[in-house]
Design a protein around this ligand. Structure first.
Ligand SMILES: *[C@@H]1O[C@H](CO)[C@@H](O)[C@H](O)[C@H]1NC(C)=O
Ligand SMILES: *[C@@H]1O[C@H](CO)[C@@H](O)[C@H](O)[C@H]1NC(C)=O
Length: 225
């Protein structure tokens, strides 16, 4: 029975794969930028929706970072924080990213990397008995490690500031408006990549980006994967 089903199932899976291999991603963000150079026409725009406490977001960051360094400045990245509701402390962590961005913009990515490094201590099970206030305090300490330790009081204070709350809500609502339902979730030039919720490895990133740069040999290779 299983043997008889294996072939049709394999065929269906194979056919389902074809649309994702023949990606409709355009080489540039769609549309006609008005007026002088806006920059958007010179770069491939990657958008990543990350939950800083999500292991798959964490695992997807090193290969994406490697690709960004390698393709700089032809590829640019915007990370949108997206707190998954089933990660109890994610909203606080996403809010901390907005606070870091407001206090010291160059600390935003270092803080994201700190969360990826230490995220296990904020998982649901380990924090079950912690109060909201003590979680905020812990997260603010991580935040201060990134923005500068002298800013710890400002970091804690920013958690009672409605600005950081509304910025975090906007990030979440923006993700919802684009149909994001898990993390990591990637868009390239505005188009969603398949396999949402899973890390994308280095080779797959190259296979996505190379054809957009007009590297047809690499593009053919990528289509085979
Ligand atoms: C939480 O508290 C309960 C009751 O005191 C205890 O049994 C449990 O081990 C604690 N859990 C953690 C993760 O500390
Ligand atoms: C801002 O953050 C960066 C990155 O963590 C750090 O190197 C720099 O010292 C910080 N600036 C201040 C004024 O603390």
């Amino acid at each position: 029975m299983i043997g008889n089903l294996a072939l049709p199932v394999a065929l269906v899976l194979f056919l389902l794969r074809i649309p994702s291999a023949q990606s409709p991603i355009p080489a540039r963000y769609d549309g006609f930028p008005y007026g002088g150079s806006s920059g958007i026409e010179r770069t491939i725009l990657v958008e990543a929706f990350f939950d800083p406490l999500c292991p798959d977001s964490r695992d997807s960051w090193p290969p994406l970072k490697q690709v960004l360094l390698e393709y700089y400045p032809r590829v640019s990245l915007i990370v949108h924080p997206f707190p998954l509701p089933y990660h109890d402390n994610s909203y606080v962590a996403c809010r901390a990213l907005h606070i870091a961005n407001m206090l010291n913009a160059s600390a935003t990515y270092p803080l994201l990397e700190l969360f990826f490094q230490y995220q296990e201590k904020y998982y649901n099970g380990l924090t079950r008995n912690m109060s909201r206030a003590s979680i905020i305090e812990e997260i603010a300490k991580d935040g201060a490690q990134a923005v500068g330790t002298s800013l710890l009081p400002a970091f804690i204070y920013a958690f009672s500031d409605t600005l950081s709350d509304s910025a975090t809500r906007i990030s979440f609502k923006y993700g919802c408006s684009r149909g994001v339902f898990g993390t990591p979730f990637f868009f390239v030039n505005g188009f969603a990549l398949p396999d949402a919720g899973s890390a994308i490895d280095y080779e797959t990133w190259k296979g996505t980006i190379d054809p957009l740069l007009g590297n047809h040999a690499q593009g053919m290779k990528a289509a085979v994967f």
